[in-house]
Write a protein that binds this ligand. Structure first.
Ligand code: FES
Ligand SMILES: [Fe+2]
Length: 357
């Protein structure tokens, strides 16, 4: 069996995608390609974030080369000004504004420290905004502003994030643990997503676990759930409790350590992905030194994924293939890609093309 690599499969558009960290959108316009469309993010005089097509309707100059001025975004070529709704609100040297003087405006929401844009055509669906349990609640520390640009198609990212098995090998220098390698993964599905999870029982606490919590000399049980809320949110939920402790929700929250690790994948082009990450933890919440070490460790871990994803992208482009054989751990990734195909097909009204031959 061979599965072809196809970079023309398109994107799920009726969705809120993370476009930038709120702090990136300020006094100067920010250019960012999203779903292969040029977008410019900026702030209006009242401080609200706005997102427009990054092409002036006059001569198609990138509006991101202009500046925030005159109550909107002013083109850097001849000074036409556009408001958050995309309509032109001023043209130097003339009083009338032609009806064609407008650009596409993307609905915008700020939440979780991120600026999100709705890339669909219809009304934005508030229910499609990710919900982050623990965020902003007492007892949880937030580590945010995480970002990497990955030079690979978002489907390679989804396969990576639905695949707990790679951790042992790719991340052996960081989060990998040899004890994990033979524990099978269970998969469950929901309406918009799926979860691949496993308990790794009665293993020594990792060095990081010991830094995070006093497990004494005893062993631990570790539950790792790789959740994916399609099309763009990965949510890894890790609970570590003393071995043998009852697995009640209360114990999973308070009996040891709990981590919610989010990645928001925003396709940049068909060959690259914006990888935003945000991390919640219920341990050592106020320890800045610990957090700095944790951040560096996560950046390194995601960098290992980035290097592999980019190498795989090159391999797919050279061969035109996505894979030549299938193994048992492909189950969750294939299910996730099939769900993506169904979502894309539902938006276009076309029948879903299977994710594999
Ligand atoms: S290109 Fe923007 S005003 Fe002329
Ligand atoms: Fe990884």
């Amino acid at each position: 069996m061979s599965i072809k690599a196809d970079f023309t499969q398109g994107f799920v558009r009726n969705h809120w995608y993370a476009a930038a960290w709120a702090g990136e959108v300020g006094e100067r316009p920010l250019a960012r390609r999203i779903l292969d469309e040029p977008v410019v993010l900026f702030r209006t005089p009242d401080g609200g974030a706005a997102a427009l097509e990054d092409r002036c309707p006059h001569r198609l100059a990138p509006l991101s080369l202009g500046e925030c001025a005159d109550g909107g975004l002013r083109c850097g070529y001849h000074g036409m000004v556009f408001g958050a709704s995309g309509t032109c609100i001023g043209i130097p040297g003339q009083d009338t504004i032609p009806p064609t003087a407008k650009v596409r405006a993307y609905p915008v929401t700020e939440r979780y420290g991120l600026v999100w844009v709705w890339t669909g055509t219809g009304e934005p669906d508030a229910a499609r905004m990710p919900v982050l349990p623990g965020y902003g609640e007492p007892g949880w520390a937030v580590m945010d502003n995480g970002y990497q640009r990955h030079g690979g198609n978002y489907r390679i990212e989804i396969e990576n994030l639905m695949d707990p098995a790679h951790t042992t090998f790719l991340h052996k220098e960081t989060i990998g643990n040899r004890n994990q390698k033979d524990v099978p993964v269970q998969v469950s599905t929901g309406e918009h997503g799926l979860s691949a999870f496993r308990w790794i029982e009665n293993v020594p606490a990792s060095p990081l676990d010991r830094l995070s919590f006093d497990f004494g000399e005893g062993k631990v049980d570790r539950r790792v759930a790789f959740n994916f809320e399609l099309p763009a949110t990965s949510f890894v939920d890790i609970a570590v409790i003393p071995a043998g402790m009852e697995r009640s929700e209360g114990n999973l929250l308070n009996g040891g350590i709990r981590t919610f690790s989010y990645k928001f994948l925003t396709p940049e082009t068909s060959r690259s992905t914006h990888f935003f990450w945000l991390h919640l933890r219920n341990y050592r919440q106020d320890d800045a030194g610990f957090e700095a070490g944790l951040r560096a460790g996560l950046e390194k871990t995601y960098g290992e994924d980035k290097d592999m994803i980019e190498a795989i992208q090159r391999g797919q482009e050279e061969t035109g293939l996505r894979q030549r054989t299938a193994i048992a751990i492909d189950r969750a990734p294939i299910m996730a890609l099939r769900m993506i195909d169904r979502m894309i097909a539902a938006e276009s009204g076309a029948p879903a093309v299977p994710a594999e031959a």
